[in-house]
Design a protein around this ligand. Structure first.
Ligand SMILES: CC(C)(COP(=O)(O)OP(=O)(O)OC[C@H]1O[C@@H](n2cnc3c(N)ncnc32)[C@H](O)[C@@H]1OP(=O)(O)O)[C@@H](O)C(=O)NCCC(=O)NCCS
Length: 149
């Protein structure tokens, strides 16, 4: 079993990245017709979009937003439904954390879906209100959490 965390650049990887996000973070939660594949933040200088592949097959996504103050934000974290609960989210979290450290971050933040708070607690995050202004739109019910790395 081999994991690869791919920095998304190739068209086929962008396709898989958007498909996983739309399905797991929008349509699986009843949010149809609002996912935007052309969101400018995905291409911003601070943004590092990643695709997790398991033995070459795309199974997970996240975007790491790295800021100049030593903080980085995990955004839109998802594992495909058929692969959830098998340890892949934990593996992706560890791999993205390594990238964050290499990019100069020492503090991580996330707006955790209320249903995913247990996942973050189990992977070393604690609840911390880091920027309440972020709790709008799809993050309105999110729980803000942090982790020192
Ligand atoms: C949340 C998510 C990324 C976790 O990935 P995963 O591969 O399912 O999680 P893992 O199997 O690696 O679980 C790691 C640990 O977290 C726990 N865990 C996972 N999901 C959990 C949840 N929803 N609630 C409570 N605990 C959870 C597991 O039991 C496991 O604990 P253990 O190692 O102590 O036994 C994934 O389930 C997912 O994509 N969910 C739908 C989209 C979503 O809500 N994303 C989060 C947006 S912030």
């Amino acid at each position: 079993m081999r994991y690869d965390l791919i920095a998304v650049k190739d068209p086929a990887d962008w396709r898989a990245f958007h498909d996983i996000r739309r399905q797991e973070l929008f349509e699986a939660k009843g949010r149809f017709g609002i996912y935007n594949e052309n969101h400018p933040d995905d291409h911003a200088s601070f943004a590092h979009p990643y695709l997790l592949k398991l033995d070459g097959v795309p199974i997970g996504t996240t975007r790491l937003d790295v800021r100049s103050d030593g903080t980085a934000i995990f955004r839109l974290v998802a594992i495909t439904a058929a692969e959830q609960g098998k340890g892949h989210g934990r593996a992706m979290e560890r791999l993205v954390e390594e990238r964050a450290r290499a990019l100069g971050a020492t503090t991580l933040y996330v707006n955790a879906a209320d249903t995913a708070v247990g996942f973050y607690r189990n992977t070393g995050w604690t609840e911390h209100s880091w920027d309440p202004i972020e709790l709008v739109n799809i993050s309105v019910n999110a729980v803000q959490m942090t982790k020192q790395i």
